[in-house]
Design a binder for this molecule. Sequence first.
Ligand SMILES: *Cc1c(COP(=O)(O)O)cnc(C)c1O
Length: 405
Amino acid sequence: MANNDKYFETSVIHDGYNPDYMLGSLSSPLFQTSTFTFETAEQGERRFAGMEDGYIYSRLGNPTVSVLEEKMAALENGERGLAFGSGMAAVSAILIALTKANDHILCSSGLYGCTFGLLTMMEEKYNITHDFSDMRTKEEIRSHIKSETACIYVETPINPTMKLIDLEMVAEVAHEYNIPVVVDNTFSSPYLQRPLDLGCDVVLHSATKYIGGHGDVIAGVAVGKKDFLDEVAMTTLKDIGGVMAPFDAWLLIRGLKTLPIRLDRHCDNAEKMFERLRQHPKVARVYYPNDDTHPDYPIRQKQMKRGGGVLSFEIDGTKAEAQQLLNSLNFIKIAVSLGDAETLIQHPATMTHAVVPEASRTEMGISDQLIRLSVGLEAWVDVWADLEQALNQLQTAGTYTTVKE
Ligand SMILES: *Cc1c(COP(=O)(O)O)cnc(C)c1O
């Protein structure tokens, strides 16, 4: 259920928009405008003073963007949604709003590369320090909390090794100290995981990925308490200026309508790839949240509806062979990003995580043999056939018989 009496599948389509107010237009209109006219000077004065509702200028709010924000608030079960020009615009606006000079941020032990870059910059410029915790136990989390700790920032599943963090447990510890928990929910989308329901305070997304789902937009969104996001809207969003374009909001509203259908297909296909990859002799290990032999599996069962569409695997070979594998594919595309209709493959050590220093990379489990796959919406048999032929081209010690359904 979303945060009302409707099922999620109905909310993605109907929440946040009512055609009655838009001349009956079934599809939410695109308000491709930078500014809004006032009928009188006094009306302009009232709008700026906050005494009258209404739009002023699209950096402060836009009706198409508002529809997306309301939809996302309903889907994440939060009070308010706020849209941004990219996932990183959301991450930076939220983290800058929550901190001041000399504060401290406690992070999960794996982070999106640019989030890591942002934290490094905040430390250099404002002495806002950070450290990492694997967040396995409450004691482990408590041991990192200082009087300056301003927030806890978590990604789960952790990209690209797919380790999971128990969000309910993190929220319980954070609230002992009155510290907010921010969750980057990009890999799961609200269909698979809802951090606010687990007690976390702010959830954010790179909407570029599953929310949009079609690889045609860069965007971000955050959901949380109305007071906090109203403040972000009027400070680090408005004044730093990373706003979402109306057309991008329009594309995301369209993409969202099929989110549950797409996600179920992504998960079905990823499960098939997981089963087959782990049986291939050139594959040393596979990381996928739905692995019932993995110690994190109980966390998956507790907080995620399914395992998601992304998995990673290590080949039994060299960096050159990992690159050869990517080069030998027929239709699977070599590209970063995830959550698109197309299956995408990339090499984290030299692509998404190339900015992370090698020592930290090793600590995060990102070897030169690791490959990340964002499983698309194609027929899984074709996806596997492409992967399998590329794997079979790598030198194998033994003989290998094709796995058939
Ligand atoms: C892509 C991504 C981001 C950044 O989003 P952009 O839309 O590219 O700015 C942040 N976090 C995660 C987990 C991502 O995958």
